[in-house]
Design a binder for this molecule. Structure first.
Ligand code: GLU
Length: 469
């Protein structure tokens, strides 16, 4: 039983727009979104675009597209860090004034030399505090023509401890932490500082993110404390591994969320899959996002790394395809089928066809491929035809064709009529169904033959049969 937070919940997803929306990022976004929904809170989208070399507008768009496809709608933002520079400078100035940050005139070469010395002495390399003001300390003379960086005055002693909602209590000694550069010589702020200021300004109460950020958290906590900001709760989600136990990468296939619609996955399957990848609710495997938001209170997050399992995702996709409205499936399958040269003129209605075929497919692309049999001219293979359309079967098929002219065009009536023709000719079902399938669709594998006949309609069936009888 989780006790409701005292303050309204505010979560954020804060991607760096340097590529596509990765599956791990999508899971982080999903959890942050669902947790905000669980408590009727606010979900903020923040674009961390200060790495000018690696950030691109296309990557921002890719993130927004991915979130939109998944339906992870944000309530506030997107806020762009590059548009918040004045605010960061303001906080830097304030910190300098209050003495929680200081100007450091050590050159990059000097800093490197310091680190080298420490490494040689077997210590952890860090800034040695040359320019760190302390009571009674005289600072060196300011070198001419050198622009300073601004360093955060990290506490020298004590620990930083937080109760990570995923990993449990984490403690890092301040001795491990450097006096972090928070602004460069040109005044631009640095990463951890921007994140801390943003989380403060945006009133973030819960930070969920990948565990590659665990090392940043004590630095951000110290900065938040120094600027008098309340601390959010942190939860670091373990990474996602491929089936081989290695960190999920392109080698394992698609890692970009937007590859999945292209491969014919439904967003509800992906959401359901990602929800379970790092969290559980008893044995529940299939659930809606409404249900997930109701359950997701940060209990039962998995501590160990999750393994991505394509088969399970495919199984869920099959489930959601079966549940999906046929018209929606038609809208999704249609572009693939057009690409494959489908001819929809005078052909059966696509939603009806997809309704018949959706049981057995794992993706929309497979569904589109399967449905093509209704939308292209059948070209039965001559050898197969010779094998199945035997002299023993031909008269029965001719009778069948004759009765097709008048039979009531329902599945039931067609099926009953076929049985009568089979009985009258002493044949078994496959003996007639196989050549019929070949003639009507060009293939031996189809859904139930009575359904196929019914869907094609009398005219098409009669004209196709007429070509071979
Ligand atoms: N921008 C960071 C990333 O994309 C996330 C930062 C955070 O969530 O605090 O990995």
């Amino acid at each position: 039983m989780t006790i409701a937070p005292a303050k309204p919940v505010r979560t954020r997803f804060a991607p760096s727009p340097t590529g596509y929306l990765h599956l791990g990022g999508a899971r982080t976004a999903l959890y942050s979104w669902a947790f905000a929904r669980h408590f009727g809170g606010t979900f903020v989208l923040r674009i961390e675009d200060t790495d000018l070399e690696r950030s691109t507008p296309a990557a921002v768009q890719a993130i927004i597209d991915g979130m939109q496809w998944l339906g992870l709608n944000h309530d506030e933002g997107p806020f762009y860090q590059m548009q918040r520079m004045d605010r960061y400078r303001e906080v830097v100035a304030q910190m300098l004034k209050e003495g929680t940050a200081y100007l450091c005139y050590s050159s990059p070469e000097e800093v490197e030399a310091m680190r080298e010395r420490m490494r040689a002495a077997g210590e952890k390399p860090r800034y040695d505090g040359t320019w760190r003001p302390e009571p009674g300390k005289t600072l060196p003379a300011i070198p001419a023509d050198r622009k300073p960086v601004v360093r955060f005055k990290n506490p020298l002693d004590g620990d930083v401890t937080w109760d990570d909602v995923v990993k449990g209590t984490i403690t890092i000694s301040n001795k491990e932490l450097d006096d972090l550069v928070i602004a460069r010589p040109d005044g631009t702020p640095t990463y951890n500082f921007c994140v801390a200021v943003d989380d403060w300004d945006m009133g973030i109460t819960h930070v969920l993110r990948g565990d590659d950020h665990v090392n940043n958290t004590p630095r951000q906590i110290n900065i938040l404390r120094a600027i008098g900001a309340p601390l959010p709760l942190y939860g670091h989600l373990p990474m996602i591994l491929g089936a081989d136990g290695e960190k999920l990468s392109k080698r394992h296939g698609a890692v970009s969320v937007m590859d999945y619609p292209a491969q014919g996955y439904l967003p509800e399957a992906m959401l359901n899959y990602l929800a379970r990848l790092g969290w559980s609710h008893g044995d529940d495997e299939v659930f809606s996002m409404e249900q997930f938001c109701e359950w997701f209170n940060l209990d039962h997050l998995t501590r160990s790394a999750a393994q991505f399992n394509n088969e399970k995702l495919a199984w869920l996709n099959n489930h959601y395809i079966k549940q999906a409205d046929n018209q929606r499936l038609a809208d999704l399958a249609m572009p693939h089928m057009i690409d494959d040269g489908a001819n929809f003129e005078g052909a059966p209605a696509l939603p009806v066809v997809l309704g018949l075929m959706k049981e057995r497919v794992n993706t929309i692309n497979e569904l589109a491929d399967a449905a093509m049999l209704f939308y292209r001219e059948p070209k039965p293979d001559a050898a197969l035809l010779a094998q199945h359309l035997t002299d023993a079967v031909k008269p029965a098929l001719a009778q069948f064709a004759e009765r097709c002219k008048t039979v009531e065009w329902t599945k039931e009536a067609l099926s009953a009529m076929m049985k009568e023709v089979l009985a009258a000719n002493g044949l078994k079902m496959p003996q007639m169904a196989m050549p019929l399938r070949l003639i009507v669709t060009g293939q031996l594998q189809t859904p139930a033959i009575d359904s196929v006949l019914q869907i094609f309609g009398r005219e098409v069936i009669l004209s196709r049969l007429a070509k071979f009888l």
